[in-house]
Design a protein. Structure first.
Length: 325
């Protein structure tokens, strides 16, 4: 993948996946602009830019600001549209903010691209959450879309805006439906992004973490593998107008995940708990992806086994835990 000399805009670029992507692109010789609001609840963290802050253009702005996005999109070859509100519980308690970020702002960004930079290639970060409770496993891209929370509904809207602008206006865009992504720079101060983050925090603090249920099946994508997929999708014309699932190298129960994490840390313990009532209402049960399409069409496959990915994640956070709390 050759991004040398390319101009790249990453929305949400100081967050978990965005910062890992930015680092890779800087190393590849791209000119990288990051747009991030640094709103505390949404994941942007200056610590994520450590070591390459001086090699990027950082614009502290909100994707809900159409004037800023109109300015930033001009002259870009690629847009990695990763900014979003990711908390399922927040979307239920504050649905209109979720609507503004995950739907209206996405439409505004695409309009800015259509008018001011119709040649840009866009990769949108979708989510497996839109499938809801699976009818069958593994879940492929043809599975019915049936969100169980407000966040999922708005993420569906964001997806379809991108696909419509590809199909109607010829604005090259594609969607990656991410599963449980984990790794360095993830949000660990709370469970707003993923429950794995709070597990990482607690095990490093020497405290027990809670496993709700325990037998639910999941797959997990290491962030480096996720970045590989984003870059492949950006580079490939085959991806235009397409939706791809990402998956992991294996399927594990939450109990097995907990035990793998403890083994990676060489210590720790967890407590099994029943699902809290408010979370049980939107729990999807077992989920794991059929990612055959992206493997076949773009040549992607996960490279980092779960145990190794957890070791790398723990090693990243252990010496700088306080910067992420």
């Amino acid at each position: 993948m050759d991004f040398s000399g390319a101009n790249v805009l990453i929305t949400g670029g100081a967050g978990f996946i965005g910062s890992n992507l930015a680092r890779r692109l800087v190393d590849a010789g791209a000119t990288v602009t990051i747009a991030d609001s640094f709103i505390p609840e949404y994941g942007g963290n200056m610590a994520n830019l450590e070591g390459f802050r001086n090699n990027i253009f950082l614009n502290i702005t909100d994707v809900r600001d159409p004037h800023a996005m109109r300015h930033l999109i001009q002259g870009q070859d690629f847009l990695f549209n990763l900014a979003g509100q990711t908390s399922h519980m927040d979307s239920m308690s504050d649905p209109f903010t979720d609507l503004e970020i995950n739907a209206r702002a996405q439409l505004s960004i695409l309009e800015a691209c259509r008018v001011h930079n119709p040649d840009v290639k866009i990769v949108f970060a979708g989510t497996r959450q839109i499938y809801g409770r699976p009818d069958y496993l593994p879940v492929d891209e043809d599975h019915p879309v049936r969100p169980v929370d407000i966040n999922g509904i708005h993420k569906v809207a964001g997806e379809w805006y991108h696909l419509l602008y590809n199909n109607v206006y010829g604005l090259r865009a594609c969607v990656l439906r991410l599963t449980n992504t984990y790794g360095p720079c993830m949000r660990i101060k709370d469970a707003r992004q993923t429950f794995v983050g709070i597990w990482i925090r607690l095990i490093l603090e020497g405290k027990p973490f809670e496993v709700w249920g325990g037998e639910q099946l999941r797959d997990f994508t290491y962030v480096g593998d996720c970045v590989d997929a984003l870059l492949l999708a950006a580079e490939s014309a085959k991806a235009n107008g397409r939706v791809y699932n990402l998956g992991g190298d294996s399927v594990v129960s939450l109990r097995e995940l907990a035990e793998t994490l403890i083994a990676a840390h060489n210590s720790g313990n967890y407590e099994l708990r029943e699902f809290p009532a408010e979370r049980k209402k939107i729990d999807i049960g077992d989920y794991y992806s059929n990612d055959a399409s992206i493997r076949k069409e773009l040549g992607w496959k996960p490279k980092i086994p779960l145990a190794e990915g957890l070791r790398r994640t723990l090693a990243y956070f252990a010496p700088q835990l306080e910067r992420y709390l």
